[in-house]
Design a protein around this ligand. Structure first.
Ligand SMILES: Cc1ncc(C[n+]2csc(CCOP(=O)(O)OP(=O)(O)O)c2C)c(N)n1
Ligand SMILES: [Mg+2]
Length: 620
C-alpha cells in the first residue's frame, strides 16, 4: 500500500481539497476553502497545513460564530452543493461556533466545523482554556457541539481521520440528514505525523441523490389531489434546495393549485406568478392565510412545519383537511399525519404532474384564488407607498429596496421585525432571491450570511436588511468584507431598540419592558432614561464601509443607487417611523402569557390568549 507521511492536519486539508459533488450531471468542488481564527489550539496544526496549501483559500474572520454563518449563508445560496470548513482554536474560539452549528443544523445546511481540542496526550493538562472535570478526563467544551451537530467525532489518533472523514462527507452531502458536522481536533494530534494511505487523497465525487418516491405512497398522494376541492401547496425550503422551481411551475400550471410560501421557500416561484398567493402562517398574506384556513388538502413540499408556518397549529381549520408531504427527510414527511412521500421534490413533482394530468381545480376555486391574489398585491402596493414625507415606514423601506433590486439580486435577513414584514411584502423574482435565515432567526447572521451568499454568486447584488439591535450584536464582519473584497449593501434600520420584541411585549401586556435602548434613569432606576445614541454611520465607516445616511424615502432611493454603484460594502442608515407597522393577516403565534401576574394588562392579555389557543389543532 502506498502511503504518505504527513500530519493529521495536512491530511485533512489534502482530503478536503479532493471532495467533489455531482447533481444532474454537474460536478464541482464541495469545499470553497476554510474560514476561521487561529489560536494555540489550531495554529500549529491546521494553520501550518493551510499555509502549505495556498490553493485551499483561508479566510480570516473576526468572530468564529460569524465564520460559521458565512459558511451557512454560502451553503444556503448554493442550494447545499458547496460549503466552507470552519477552523477554531480550543475553548472560547470553539464554543463561539456552537450558535453557528445550531443555526446550520436547524436550517439543514452543511457546514464542517473543526474546533481545536485539548491534548489527547493529557500529561500537560489542564492546558490554557481547558474545562476540567473531577469525574472524567474524557470531556471538554467541544462535547457541547453534540446536540447541535448531525455528526460528531473527536480524533484522538491521526488514523481515525481515515474512517471519520467519509462519514462526515456522507452527512454533509445528504439531502435528508445534512447539518453541522463537528470533528474535534486535539491540538497535539493535529501536528502528529502518520503514514496515510494514498487513496485517501484521491478525488472523490459524492452524488447528491435525487431519490425516487415509493409507488404506493405516490398513488395515494395522487388520489388525494384528485379528490381535493380546495388544495393548497405550501412551498418550503426543500423546493429551492432541490432546484424544483420549474417543476413546481409546470405542476401548478396544469393543476391550477395555488402556492403559499414559507420563509425558506419564498421565491420558489416569482411573486407575480398568477398562482403565488404569498407568505403563509403567522407572517402570512391574507390570501394565503384565507386559503389555508379553508383548504381540504395541504401539499407541503420541503417544509418542516415550523410554528410560523402553521400559525402555531391554527392555520388549517377545515375539519376535513388532509396533508400530503413531499420531503427528502422521512422525519418531516411524516409530520401532521400526512401521506408521506419521501423523495426529492423535483422528482416527485414531475411524477405527480404526469399522474394527475388532466385534473384541474374548479373554476370557482380558481376565481377565488385570483381575486385574493389581486387584493393582496394591491395591499402590498399600498404598504410600499404610504406617503410618509419624513421618516419612512419600514414597509416603505422594503418597497424602495424591492424597486432598487434587480431581478436576480438577493435579499438577506434573519431576525427582528423585518423578517415578518419581508415575508409578507418582498417581491422575489428569481429562486434564491430571498435569503431569510428563519430556522434559528439568529441576530448576527445577516452580515456574514450575506457575505457567504455573495461569495456563492458574485454576479448578484446582495441587499441586507438589518435592525439596529442586530447591527450592534455583530457588525465586525464588515471589516472582513473589505478584506476579501466581498461587497454587500446593508440597509440598517435604526428604531432605537427592538421593534419586534417590543411590540410582542406590548401584545403580552408588558409595555415593551426592556426592549428600548435607553439609559438607566436615576429617578426610576429603570432603563427608561435618555436614548442611547449610537452613530451607526461612523461605526460602519470605522470598519471600512462606505456609509450614507438617509432621512427620508427620496434620500433612501438615491442612497440605494449610490450603493449599487459602489465597489465596496456600503451601509445605509435610515431611521424609521415606528408608529406605522405592517399588520397581521388573520393569523397568530403562540407565545405563552403569564398565567398569574401583578399587572392588569398581563391578565387581560392572558384572557385573550386562552381564547386564541382554543383554535390550536392536532393533525393526526
Ligand atoms: C442572537 C439572538 N438573540 C436574541 C434574539 C431575540 N430577538 C429577536 S428580534 C430581536 C430584536 C432585534 O432588534 P433589531 O435588530 O433592532 O430589529 P427590530 O426588532 O427593531 O426590527 C431580539 C432580541 C434573537 N433572535 N437572536
Ligand atoms: Mg431595532
Amino acid at each position: 500500500m502506498k502511503t504518505r507521511r504527513i500530519t493529521m492536519a495536512q491530511a485533512l486539508i489534502q482530503f478536503l481539497k479532493q471532495q467533489y459533488v455531482e447533481r444532474d450531471g454537474r460536478e464541482h468542488a464541495f469545499f470553497a476553502g476554510m474560514v476561521g481564527i487561529f489560536g494555540h489550539g489550531n495554529v500549529a496544526g491546521i494553520g501550518q497545513a493551510l499555509q502549505q496549501n495556498p490553493d485551499f483559500p483561508y479566510l480570516l474572520v473576526r468572530n468564529e460564530q460569524a465564520g460559521v454563518h458565512m459558511a451557512a449563508g454560502f451553503a444556503k445560496a448554493s442550494n447545499r452543493l458547496r460549503t466552507f470548513a470552519c477552523t477554531s482554536s480550543i475553548g472560547p474560539g470553539a464554543t463561539n461556533m456552537i450558535t453557528g452549528a445550531a443555526l446550520a443544523t436547524i436550517n439543514r445546511l452543511p457546514v464542517l466545523l473543526l474546533p481545536g481540542d485539548i491534548f489527547a496526550r493529557r500529561n500537560v493538562a489542564p492546558v490554557l482554556q481547558q474545562l476540567e472535570s473531577p469525574a472524567t478526563q474524557d470531556i471538554g467544551v467541544n462535547d457541547c457541539f453534540k446536540p447541535v451537530s448531525r455528526y460528531w467525532d473527536r480524533i484522538y489518533r491521526p488514523e481515525q481521520l481515515i474512517t471519520s472523514l467519509p462519514e462526515a462527507m456522507r452527512v454533509l452531502t445528504s439531502p435528508s440528514d445534512c447539518g453541522a458536522v463537528t470533528l474535534a481536533l486535539p491540538q497535539d494530534v493535529q501536528a502528529e505525523a502518520y503514514e496515510y494511505p494514498e487513496e485517501l487523497f484521491a478525488k472523490r465525487v459524492w452524488l447528491i441523490r435525487r431519490s425516487e418516491p415509493d409507488k404506493v405512497s405516490l398513488e395515494r398522494a395522487v388520489k388525494a389531489i384528485r379528490v381535493a376541492e380546495r388544495p393548497l401547496i405550501v412551498a418550503g425550503g426543500g423546493v429551492l434546495m432541490s432546484e424544483a422551481s420549474a417543476a413546481l411551475g409546470d405542476f401548478v400550471k396544469t393543476t391550477g393549485i395555488p402556492v403559499a410560501e414559507t420563509q425558506a421557500g419564498k421565491g420558489a416561484l416569482a411573486w407575480d406568478h398568477s398562482l403565488v398567493v404569498g407568505a403563509i402562517g403567522a407572517t402570512g398574506s391574507l390570501a394565503a392565510n384565507r386559503l389555508a384556513n379553508a383548504a381540504d388538502l395541504i401539499i407541503g413540499i420541503g417544509t418542516r412545519y415550523s410554528d410560523f408556518t402553521s400559525a402555531s397549529m391554527t392555520a388549517f381549520q377545515n375539519p376535513q383537511v388532509k396533508f400530503v408531504n413531499i420531503n427528502t427527510a422521512e422525519f418531516d414527511a411524516y409530520k401532521v399525519g400526512a401521506i408521506p412521500v419521501v423523495a426529492d421534490a423535483r422528482v416527485v413533482l414531475e411524477q405527480i404532474g404526469a399522474a394527475v394530468a388532466g385534473h384541474k381545480v374548479s373554476a370557482a376555486y380558481a376565481a377565488e384564488v385570483a381575486e385574493l391574489k389581486s387584493n393582496w398585491d394591491a395591499e402590498v402596493d399600498r404598504l410600499f407607498h404610504l406617503g410618509n414625507t419624513g421618516k419612512p415606514a419600514q414597509s416603505e423601506v422594503i418597497g424602495a429596496m424591492c424597486e432598487a433590486a434587480g431581478p436576480r439580486d438577493m435579499l438577506v435577513s434573519a431576525a427582528g421585525s423585518h423578517p415578518g414584514d419581508l415575508h409578507k411584502l418582498w417581491r422575489t423574482r428569481t429562486p434564491n432571491g430571498y435569503h431569510m435565515e428563519y430556522g434559528y432567526s439568529c441576530m448576527g447572521y445577516e452580515i456574514p450570511g450575506a457575505m457567504g451568499a455573495k461569495m456563492a454568486d458574485p454576479s448578484r447584488e446582495v441587499f441586507v436588511f438589518l435592525g439596529d439591535g442586530t447591527y450592534l450584536m455583530m457588525p465586525t464582519e464588515i471589516a472582513t468584507s473589505v478584506q476579501e473584497g466581498v461587497k454587500i449593501i446593508i440597509v440598517l434600520v435604526d428604531n432605537h431598540g427592538f421593534a419586534s420584541i417590543g411590540s410582542l411585549s406590548r401584545s403580552l401586556g408588558q409595555e415593551g419592558f426592556g426592549t428600548r435602548y435607553r439609559k438607566r434613569n436615576g429617578k426610576s432606576g429603570q432603563l427608561d432614561g435618555e436614548p442611547v445614541a449610537v452613530d451607526f454611520a461612523a461605526n460602519a465607516r470605522s470598519l471600512g464601509a462606505h456609509t450614507i445616511k438617509a432621512a427620508n424615502l427620496g434620500e433612501l432611493k438615491k442612497a440605494l443607487e449610490e450603493a449599487k454603484a459602489m465597489d465596496r460594502t456600503t451601509v445605509i442608515v435610515v431611521e424609521t417611523d415606528t408608529s406605522v407597522g405592517v399588520p397581521g393577516y388573520e393569523s397568530w403565534w403562540d407565545v405563552a402569557v403569564a398565567e398569574v401576574s401583578e399587572m392588569k394588562s398581563v391578565s387581560e392579555a392572558r384572557a385573550h390568549y386562552e381564547v386564541a389557543r382554543k383554535r390550536e389543532r392536532h393533525h393526526l
